[in-house]
Design a protein around this ligand. Structure first.
Ligand SMILES: Nc1ncnc2c1ncn2[C@@H]1O[C@H](COP(=O)(O)OP(=O)(O)OP(=O)(O)O)[C@@H](O)[C@H]1O
Ligand SMILES: [Mg+2]
Length: 283
C-alpha cells in the first residue's frame, strides 16, 4: 500500500448490491441493484421507511452479511467480512451493551478480536469515553446510566476501534428529543475531530438533512436507491439556526415527497402488501 492509498483515503463502494433472504417459495427480495459511493470524510445518511432494508444494507456495508448480488469494496478490496477499518454502532444499544460488564470493559471488549493488548485496550476505551464526554463513568455498569449516556457508550465502543469509517444504525432512535439533538451534535463533532467517514441509517428525514453532506433515499419494493442528494447547508450545523433555514425545509419536503411517491406506487400494487411508507417516516 502506498502513502497515497492509506485506509483513511479509500472510498466505500456498493456495486449493484442485491439481497434476498430465504430460498424458493420463502425467498424475500429486500434490496435490488443498489449503487452507492461514500468518499473519505463524508457524512452520509441513508434514509428510508421502516422495514425497507436499511439494517440489512448496513450489515452488508460492514461485512457482517454477504449480499446475494453485487459487492461492497473498500478501496481495491472486496468487503467479505468485518474489517478493522469499519466500526459499527448497532440499532439497539440496550441489546448490544453487556449489563454485567463495566462501561470501560464494554468499550474495550471488542478490541480483543482485533488483537489489541490489555493495557492498550484500556487506554483506548478511556480515550473513547473521554471523546464522548463520559470520562467519569468507566467504572459504572450500563444500567446505571441514562439512555442517552448508554448510547454514548455504544458510540465510544465504535470509535475505540479507531476505524476511519463509522457506521451507525438508527443511533439516536431510543432517546428523548433533547438527548437526540446532543447525540447528533456529538456525531458531527467526532466526525470533524477524528476525520471520520460516517454513514448513519435513519428513518428520520429531518435528522438526515441536519447531519448529512449527502442523503441517500432508499424505498420501493424491492428497495432501491431513489435519490442521492447533496445537502447544501454548509459545513457548520446548528440545531436552531440550521433547522430554521428555508433550504432545510425545502430539502426535507423534497425527500418526504419522494418517499410518498414511492408509497403511492406501493398502494396501487396489490402484490406489494405495502402500507404507505411515508406513514412510517418522521416528519
Ligand atoms: N435475517 C433475516 N432473515 C429473513 N428476513 C430478514 C432478516 N433480516 C431482515 N429481514 C427482512 O428484511 C426486511 C428488511 O429488514 P431490515 O431490518 O433490514 O429493515 P430496516 O429498514 O432496518 O427496518 P427498521 O426501520 O424497522 O429498522 C424485513 O422485511 C425483514 O423482515
Ligand atoms: Mg433497521
Amino acid at each position: 500500500m502506498t502513502s497515497t492509498s492509506s485506509p483513511q483515503a479509500q472510498p466505500l463502494i456498493v456495486d449493484s448490491v442485491g439481497m434476498t433472504y430465504g430460498v424458493g417459495a420463502d425467498a424475500h427480495e429486500v434490496l435490488r441493484d443498489l449503487d452507492v459511493r461514500v468518499d473519505p470524510g463524508e457524512f452520509v445518511c441513508i434514509v428510508g421507511p421502516s422495514g425497507a432494508g436499511k439494517t440489512t444494507l448496513l450489515r452488508i456495508l460492514s461485512g457482517l452479511l454477504r449480499p446475494t448480488a453485487g459487492s461492497v469494496s473498500f478501496g481495491s478490496e472486496t468487503v467479505t467480512e468485518p474489517r478493522a477499518e469499519i466500526a459499527v454502532v448497532f440499532q439497539d444499544y440496550r441489546g448490544s451493551l453487556m449489563p454485567w460488564m463495566r462501561v470501560r470493559d464494554n468499550v474495550a471488549f471488542p478490541l480483543e478480536s482485533l488483537g489489541v493488548g490489555r493495557s492498550e485496550r484500556r487506554q483506548r476505551a478511556d480515550d473513547a469515553l473521554a471523546q464522548v464526554g463520559l470520562e467519569e463513568v468507566g467504572e459504572k455498569y450500563p444500567w446505571q446510566l441514562s439512555g442517552g449516556m448508554q448510547q454514548r457508550v455504544a458510540i465510544a465502543r465504535g470509535i475505540a476501534y479507531r476505524a476511519p469509517i463509522l457506521l451507525m444504525d438508527e443511533p439516536f432512535g431510543s432517546v428523548d428529543a433533547q438527548s437526540r439533538f446532543e447525540l447528533e451534535d456529538l456525531a458531527l463533532r467526532l466526525r470533524r475531530e477524528l476525520e471520520l467517514t460516517v454513514i448513519v441509517v435513519t428513518h428520520d428525514i429531518d435528522e438526515a438533512v441536519y447531519l448529512s453532506d449527502r442523503v441517500i433515499v432508499v424505498a420501493g419494493r424491492p428497495t432501491h436507491v431513489i435519490d442521492d442528494r447533496v445537502i447544501d447547508l454548509g459545513p457548520d450545523r446548528d440545531q436552531m439556526t440550521t433547522r430554521a433555514l428555508p433550504r432545510f425545509a425545502e430539502l426535507r419536503t423534497t425527500i418526504l415527497a419522494e418517499i410518498r411517491g414511492q408509497g403511492r406506487t406501493a398502494e396501487t400494487d396489490p402484490t406489494s402488501g405495502a402500507d404507505d411508507p411515508a406513514r412510517e417516516m418522521s416528519v
